[in-house]
Design a protein around this ligand. Structure first.
Ligand SMILES: Nc1ncnc2c1ncn2[C@@H]1O[C@H](COP(=O)(O)OP(=O)(O)OP(=O)(O)O)[C@@H](O)[C@H]1O
Ligand SMILES: [Mg+2]
Length: 278
């Protein structure tokens, strides 16, 4: 696969779900270079998923702009794909058919589609399961299928909204390692939301800390660590402690935590996995 990353520029982005709703977040500015991996952390409700949906072109900001490779983004595109907490696969289909579904709908010829699908399945180490039905796979394997389905479209940017939070610690660790190394190998950007400080330190080149209501980015930490990163490395541990402190300071009421927001939105709220870092 010949994938490359994308230059991301989020400029003074502000969002509100409706005229009766409070601001979700305001004046968010992010710049990322092609191939960079960014993680967004922040307390529940500060607008992380909303921000990701805007970058994916699934939602529009209320004001401000989003530029990918200097072009305004206003709609979804296969160049930037989103992976969610649940893999959302078709349970009656094989791994191959699930992975190839996007190429199928795009009308790809059978031979090329087969080659591209095999390559993506190989990248996520599922070769021996290619012909299996996805309902016979474990949760971690299903998430790998979802990853292959995203990669097969040769995206420049992978957006991940807490993609591993439903997995056990062992499976999560192996996926964290693999997603980072695949992204680096292919040169694609990652923009990921997590509640897990370890995950941020293990996977990101930079961690953006969001806080407040309305949310805003209060810290941009460079995670300058060598690869491969191991949880037990002293440098990883030190970075984890540093980021935890920044996160803790950012969450203090004086920095405007979400609980200080007393405005009420009487439009329907979405399903939110209110997990929050404690
Ligand atoms: N469709 C919607 N209509 C109205 N308000 C919404 C809608 N979706 C989200 N919100 C509100 O916007 C705010 C930000 O939501 P968002 O899901 O982006 O937060 P989050 O930081 O991803 O939270 P979590 O960590 O719990 O996933 C919340 O107060 C939420 O209730
Ligand atoms: Mg969310």
């Amino acid at each position: 696969m010949s994938i490359r990353g994308v230059h991301i520029k989020v400029q003074d982005l502000t969002h509100r779900y409706g005229s009766k709703c409070p601001l979700t977040f305001e004046n968010v500015n992010i710049e990322a270079q092609p191939g960079e991996s960014l993680v967004i952390i922040g307390r529940s409700g500060c607008g992380k998923s909303t921000l990701l949906h805007i970058v994916a072109g699934l939602l529009q900001g209320t004001s401000g702009s989003l530029l990918l490779d200097n072009k305004l983004v206003k709609a979804p595109s296969p160049r930037w794909v989103m992976m969610f907490q649940a893999p959302h696969l078709f349970p009656w289909m094989t791994v191959e058919r699930n992975v190839g579904i996007g190429l199928h709908f795009a009308g790809w010829p059978k031979k090329e589609k087969h080659e591209r699908v095999a390559e993506a399945i190989s990248l996520v180490n599922l070769d021996e399961y290619a012909r299996n039905n996805v309902q016979d796979l474990s949760g971690g394997q299903e998430q790998r299928v979802a990853l292959a389905r995203s990669l097969v479209m040769e995206p420049e940017l992978l957006l991940l909204d807490e993609p591993f939070s439903a997995l056990d610690a062992f499976t999560r660790t192996s996926l964290q390692k693999d997603v980072r190394s695949i992204a680096k190998e292919l040169g694609i950007n990652l923009l990921m939301v997590t509640h897990d400080i370890d995950e941020a330190v293990l996977m990101a080149d930079r961690a953006l800390v969001m806080a407040g209501a309305p949310g805003r980015i209060v810290h941009d930490l460079n995670i300058d660590l060598d690869d491969p990163r191991k949880r037990e490395d002293p440098a990883v541990q030190a970075m984890r402690k540093h980021l935890m402190q920044i996160f803790h300071d950012a969450s203090l009421p004086s920095s405007g935590s979400p609980s200080s927001n007393t405005e009420v939105c009487d439009e329907p709220a979405p399903e939110n996995g209110l997990i929050g870092i404690t």
